[in-house]
Structures are given as structure tokens and as C-alpha cells.
Design a protein around this ligand. Sequence first.
Ligand SMILES: O=C(O)CCC(=O)C(=O)O
Ligand SMILES: [Fe+2]
Length: 369
Amino acid sequence: MGDIREITGLKEVESMNAFERPDARTANTDCRAIPVVDLGPLIRGEKDAIEKITAPWRDACENLGFLCVINHGVDTRLIEDMETQSRRFHDDLSVDQKMQVRVTKDQKGFIPSKATILTHSSYHAHTKLDSVECYVVATDFPDDQAEVVKGTQFYGPTPWPPEKELPGFKDSVTRYMSAIESLGLSLLPVWEAALDLSPGYFKPYFEKPYCYLRIAKYPKVDFVQENEFGLGAHADTGFMTFLPPALEPGLQILDKDKNWFWPSVPKGAIIVNIGQFLARWTNDRFRATPHRVLPPKNNDRYSFACFINTSLDAVAECLPSCRPSDSPPKYEAQSYLSFFEWYMKRTYVHYEDFTDSDSKRAETPKSAS
Ligand SMILES: O=C(O)CCC(=O)C(=O)O
Ligand SMILES: [Fe+2]
């Protein structure tokens, strides 16, 4: 498959002496509105809701690959509370406490700063490790489920900080995640209609949705070099992502002409974008759009992207409405589990420490150098 990070845009500064280069945040990057879809009719259960939403949804997915939803039904207080919970996790716990819940082979838990780089990237300008630190919460499975008993990768439990260290944290985060999961599942009829699929087509693929939440902190940085990122350019992995815009700027999106821009989003909206698993399912009719985060200047930045995906064992084979008439589909049928595993091994340096049957915790993640 094509590398989603074949991205340029820094050439003009490459020839400059390091001391003459401007702060990367001051580069000539415009601010643009992204498509806005009103989910009010769907949330209110109006009869013609799907018809109203389908055309703008399809248009956004086939072009920018990013949109935002308003009147989405997620209580503002839940979003505000997640901001508080993110700060509590990152700022109230000590490094030792965070390392007690460090990331497991299942990609759940705390990932310290400078642990991430897309090691399969051909985007040579991005040579530094990302400054983001994050805590990942993901769907847990019953203890007696066969894969859990066997220790299959991604089926193990989320390591939570003890309740006495962060009272109410688990409860708040779980409540937020289930609100976003419900929103995602309520949108399945919209995805089906936008892809000309029969009603209910996606339902069996979402029997046990595998969802995860990245509770991230981007520390403020005085000066940002041109190949330095909070989170380097990437496209998300799964089906759909929900991201309430962070209070500090930082997110940039790559348009179809390979220009980066800062998205502007109405107050209260939630950003929605497409992951690579859905994009390959649609034979790239829907776009898994590269995006990145520049470190903030004035204040630390907190974000909580929630990824709503199919069941881990769901197999995506080019959708009937996306099959090319004159050639085979670009991608082989693949399960979400095997795609996710492929992606994670190439994204996190700590994955060198894990094998499928290895249930031990990672040691401190290695640096890439
Ligand atoms: O922090 C943000 O605004 C975006 C985060 C993101 O892209 C991700 O976690 O995949
Ligand atoms: Fe992302």
C-alpha cells in the first residue's frame, strides 16, 4: 500500500542555515473551515435523517476525509470532564505512578514522551521522536474469553491507576468512552448509505467493537524546528475517529493537494475522520487523511481522540460498491486485528519488545537512535 506519509512542504526551508529558520508554527499555513454535518435530525430520530446527512457525509469522506459534527448528542459536560481527567492523569500523577501503568503488549496504558515514530515512514524530514505522552484505554474483554486466557495480543486488560491515586478517573473516562462509542455506532447507517450499502451492512462487523481512547498531553515548547512534532504526520488506523478540538492549537490536516492547514471548527463540534482500515475497505474511495500535531507554544495541550472500530476479528474485503470494474481491488481481505498489529509494530519503538505470546510489560521504551 502507498505510504501515507509521503509528504512534502518543508523543502523551501531545507537550504537555510539552522539559525535562520523560523519557528515551524509560523510557517505560511492557512486556517480553513472543515465540512460541518448537523446530526440533529439523526439524534432526534427524524424519519428523513439519513437522507439529509448522506450527501454531505459522502462528499467530505471522498474529498478531505475530515469533517466535524454538531448537535451530536454527547453531553458537553462529559467533554469538559475529560479535559479535567486528562490533566489529572498527566499532571497529578508522578512519573513513577504513570510507569506503574506503562503500556502493555496490548497497546493499553501509559506511553511516555519520545516513544513514537512511524518507523515505516518515508517522510525523511521526520527524524525526531514525538514529544506527546499519552495514556491509552481500550475495550476490555471478559477474563474467561479464549483469547484473554491464551494471552493473545490486544486482548489483555487496560492497566488503570489505583482508585485511591486518582479517585473517579476510571469512572469518568469509561463514561466518556461509552458515549463516543454509542455515537459511533449510531452513525453506522450513515456510513452504509454514504457507501451505497444496504441498511445493516456494517452491523455484523461491529458485534464487539474494539475502541480505544488516547488521552494525550503535548508539553509546550518555546521553539519548534521544522522536523519536530508533538505527533508526527499519520493517518489513523481504524474505522472512525472522534476528536473534540483541543483548547490549544496544534492539529494540522493535509489536503488533497498536499498542503497542510489548521482546521477551524465551530464551538462544541466534534471532529470526525477516517482510519486506514475503512479506507482500504473502500478501496481508497474514502480518504484516511494524514494529520499531525505541532507542539503548543503557550500552554500544555491535552487531547482525547477516540477510535471506534470493528470487532478485532472482522475481515474487510473490498466493499461491493467500491470494486473497480476493470481491475482487482487494491487490497487483500484482512482482519482488523492483523492490520492493527502490522501498523503498531511499525509505529511504536517499544513494539520491538513484544511478541505475540509475550505477556510481559515493556521496559522503558527505547529511543530510536
Ligand atoms: O491531538 C490531536 O489533536 C490529534 C491526535 C491524533 O491525531 C491521534 O491521536 O491520532
Ligand atoms: Fe490521529
